[in-house]
Design a protein around this ligand. Structure first.
Ligand code: ZN
Length: 342
């Protein structure tokens, strides 16, 4: 019965994906005119930008000759555009607020207040905390399996999933690193790195969920599980990087992979006699609720905290509990294997 509830809740989650809308802010003619004007004059109202000093033929007006190389110029033009978009967005949002309108997205992003040039300071700080939490979890797992629990004669751990959790730890730390970079400055490169790392992590944790829940220990069977998922994830990453960075498609792929692994863990937590299954339940329920935040995307409060930032906040305690489950699992498996061998 509990499983049926889960399936219902998760399919409700999936149907929310359709509610995601395209950004309307950058289609606004007043905003467009502001950006065009700014790229020509280098100013929005009183505010002018250093990066926007071009002459009419596109060459920089000032600066020594070696700074007039095409690459530098392109960089400057690109920086000018980014400054103009930001300033026009702030100006437009202020006008809209006075008219009583709600915030809208610009180029797929909510209007955020920058702090020291950092685009989403709250999300950056939370990503860094997540990174620290993952490192702590992974390190404590490492110390547990290699120094506290007994090892086999060949110096390997009794726990069969040690290697998989190491890869998981590395992929998740990598993913939080790029998340922090991406939220501090969002350009095509940082966006691709963040998305690709997140997809790789989700794909790998799906493999891990299947292997742990179904007790896949045999090498050949592990390859049978991993190969199709790795093939799918690699194709998706290549598609995003080399063909089209399709946000809508990526959200669907990520939510689908997330939902499948939550289901796998939930069903396993329902049938297993594992002593720490309550931790699994907690992470599954918490993860499902946190995923709602990612899907029910609301604008940033005071220009700082949006749904995505809250999602990053929610994953901090969940990661702590998750690694605590992993340590319990290592202890549990090791002690039952030792009992068997005696
Ligand atoms: Zn993020």
């Amino acid at each position: 019965m509990a499983q049926l509830h889960w399936i219902l809740l998760l399919s409700a989650l999936l149907s929310f994906v359709h509610a995601l809308d395209a950004s309307t802010g950058d289609a606004d003619p007043i905003y467009k005119a502001c950006v065009d004007q700014c790229e020509k004059t280098g100013c929005v109202g009183e505010k002018c930008f250093q990066h926007c000093k071009f002459s009419s033929d596109g060459k920089s007006i000032d600066g020594p000759w070696y700074l007039q190389e095409p690459l530098y110029l392109r960089w400057k033009q690109w920086d000018c555009r980014s400054d103009c978009r930001y300033q026009c967005m702030l100006a437009r949002e202020e006008e809209r607020e006075q008219l009583g309108h709600k915030p809208v997205k610009y180029h797929g992003k909510w209007p955020f207040q920058r702090v020291y040039g950092i685009q989403e300071p709250v999300a950056v700080a939370l990503s860094a905390l997540n990174l620290a939490m993952q490192f702590h979890g992974w390190l404590s797992f490492f110390i547990l399996v290699y120094y506290k629990l007994s090892l086999r004669h060949d110096k390997k751990t009794y726990y069969e999933y040690t290697g998989l959790w190491h890869i998981y730890g590395i992929l998740s730390m990598n993913s939080w690193l790029w998340s922090a970079v991406y939220h501090s400055r969002d350009v095509e490169l940082t966006e691709k790195l963040d998305y690709s790392s997140a997809v790789a992590l989700l794909g790998f944790s799906l493999i891990l969920a299947i292997m742990r829940a179904f007790n896949v220990r045999d090498e050949a069977a592990r390859i049978m599980v991993a190969a199709p998922v790795i093939a799918f994830v690699t194709t998706h990453i290549l598609y995003l990087n080399c063909y089209k960075l399709d946000h809508g498609l990526n959200t669907k792929v990520c939510v689908a992979m997330g939902v499948v692994q939550l289901l796998v863990w939930a069903i396993w937590a329902g049938v297993t006699r594992h002593p720490s299954r309550w931790k699994l339940w907690f992470v599954v329920v918490g993860g499902g609720l946190a995923m709602l935040l990612e899907i029910y995307d609301f604008p940033p409060y005071k220009g700082y905290v949006d749904a995505h930032a809250l999602w990053h906040a929610a994953t901090i305690p969940l990661s702590y509990l998750w690694w605590s489950f992993v340590r319990d699992d290592a202890e549990f498996r090791t002690s039952s294997l030792l009992k068997k061998s005696k």
